[in-house]
Design a protein around this ligand. Structure first.
Ligand code: PGA
Length: 255
């Protein structure tokens, strides 16, 4: 890793209500020292209903953990029942938004075009997208991983100013590794992530590619994080299941 600050993001998915979120933040902050926060950017992406409570707790207790959302709409406001806009998130001091998680793509039909609209809107509102890419098990077995992630990166960053791409985070999450307990090996993750960095270079130039932080996601645990983080192109992790436990998340942050 060359000059890029590691970033560990917790993706709680549809877990932990706002009471649980407050308790989590308090327990988690007791487990960490200032040196941990200096070494790693930490992001918690809870359900929308937790954001306000978590914001208040983090600010009141001066816990240097950034808030993230798991999704948003691309419009600022409008007749979009059930949706939440990036400007609403910005008002709650949300700094990051996960865009194009495979569960959004597979369960809610998000296309590469929708992902691109969201990436541009998130950036226009001064927030940082965590852009998720990754192949299915079938694509993995068919040797189609490289083509899949290259296409997803090209489409996600189409029309985005390279100066904005510099600030972005990308998460490589092989779908077959999510929630299965079967993580990609560090070498395989490294190989695909270096392809992703090349695709960012094609989309936005080499400076942007060297600046973008790329996470690995998919069954990250305290026991496998350090081998992943030892890889030159892996700058962090997007953590689902193991991020629900404050002790596990703290151990992952201290890889
Ligand atoms: P997992 O989820 O860590 O539970 O595999 C990762 C993710 O979906 O972001």
């Amino acid at each position: 890793m060359t000059g890029r600050k590691p970033i560990i993001a917790a993706n709680w998915k549809m877990h932990h209500d706002h009471f649980a979120a407050i308790q989590f933040a308090q327990k988690f902050s007791y487990l960490l020292e200032k040196t941990d926060y200096d070494a790693v950017d930490i992001v918690i992406c809870p359900p929308f209903t937790d954001l306000r409570s978590l914001q208040t707790t983090l600010e009141a207790d001066e816990i240097p953990v950034a808030l993230g959302a798991q999704n948003c709409h691309w419009e600022k406001d409008g007749a979009f029942t059930g949706e939440v806009s990036p400007s609403m998130l910005a008002k709650l001091n949300v700094r990051y938004v996960i865009v194009g998680h495979s569960e959004r793509r597979e369960v809610f039909g998000e296309t590469d075009e929708i992902v691109n609209r969201k990436v541009r809107s998130v950036l226009n509102h001064g927030l940082i997208p965590i852009v998720c890419v990754g192949e299915t098990l079938e694509e993995h077995e068919a040797g189609a991983t490289v083509g899949k992630v290259k296409g997803q990166i090209a489409e996600a960053f189409a029309g985005v100013n390279p100066d904005d791409v510099v600030t972005c985070v990308v998460a490589y999450e092989p779908i077959w590794a999510i929630g299965t307990g079967h993580n990609a090996t560090p070498d395989d993750a490294q190989e695909t992530i270096s392809v992703i960095r090349g695709a960012v270079s094609n989309a936005a130039g080499e400076d942007a590619a060297q600046a973008v932080r790329i996470q690995y996601g998919g069954s990250v645990k305290p026991g496998n994080i350090s081998a992943l983080m030892a890889m030159p192109d892996i700058d962090g992790a997007l953590v689902g299941g193991a991020s629900l436990d404050p002790e596990d998340l703290a151990r992952i942050v201290r890889f």
